[in-house]
Ligand binder design. Structure first.
Ligand SMILES: CC(C)(COP(=O)(O)OP(=O)(O)OC[C@H]1O[C@@H](n2cnc3c(N)ncnc32)[C@H](O)[C@@H]1OP(=O)(O)O)[C@@H](O)C(=O)NCCC(=O)NCCS
Length: 179
């Protein structure tokens, strides 16, 4: 498995494969649009990555500065809102044939490393209760703690409608300053 940056060029090349995985992986309430993901990839301090296995897209993740996600429930009440020191992890998805092999954990590790390298002190995100239990398990193993619970985060009846809003504190993972 290879994890590479999802830069503008790779996004242009792989956007249709990524959007197909997005569509088959999420119920409409959690599905991100092309326009939304395209905006994330253009953000100057984004942490978007691709996992490649045997030359195929096995998974991906997107993230960018918290202040860019004002419309996402919970973001404006994040204690780090407006401080420009937090990254919001917007989407992490693994294609069905590649699940259960550690791809999500590898993407999560790499995204956290990139977040530290970009100089952020907090990694924030949210997980739908029930439907995203596997992701919450992965986030907790990476050091996540719940900072708020968002009730009615989703408007469908496909499971609990609430989301856990979490932080992973990166303050003690900062890279040493160059001498
Ligand atoms: C969730 C998802 C990203 C996981 O990807 P993956 O590559 O299969 O995950 P990994 O193999 O790296 O790790 C899965 C971990 O979750 C655990 N897990 C799986 N199902 C679980 C569940 N229902 N509850 C708790 N933990 C669960 C596994 O045991 C494993 O942890 P372990 O290694 O400590 O045993 C993938 O299934 C997916 O894309 N699902 C659809 C979209 C989605 O819900 N994304 C997350 C929302 S943000």
């Amino acid at each position: 498995m290879m994890i590479v940056l999802l830069d503008a060029e790779r996004w242009e090349e792989h956007a249709s494969a990524i959007m197909a995985i997005e569509a088959e992986s999420y119920e409409p309430g959690r599905r991100d649009s092309f326009t939304f993901l395209d905006r994330v990839v253009q953000m100057p301090r984004n942490a978007s990555l691709l996992a490649i296995v045997d030359r195929s897209i096995a998974g991906f993740c997107f993230g960018g500065p918290l202040e860019e996600f004002a419309e996402t429930g919970g973001v404006r009440s994040d204690p780090h809102w407006g401080r420009n020191d937090a990254l919001y992890a917007a989407d992490l998805t693994v294609a069905a044939p590649y699940r259960g092999q550690g791809v999500a954990q590898a993407l999560k590790r790499a995204q956290i490393e990139r977040t530290v390298a970009l100089g952020f002190r907090v990694y924030a995100g949210r997980n739908r209760v029930g439907l995203a239990d596997a992701m919450w398990h992965i986030n907790r193993a990476a050091g996540a703690r719940e900072v708020q619970r968002i009730t009615d985060a989703y408007s469908d009846d496909l499971g609990p409608r609430s989301a856990i809003y979490y932080h992973i504190d990166l303050a003690d993972r900062q890279l040493p300053s160059p001498q």
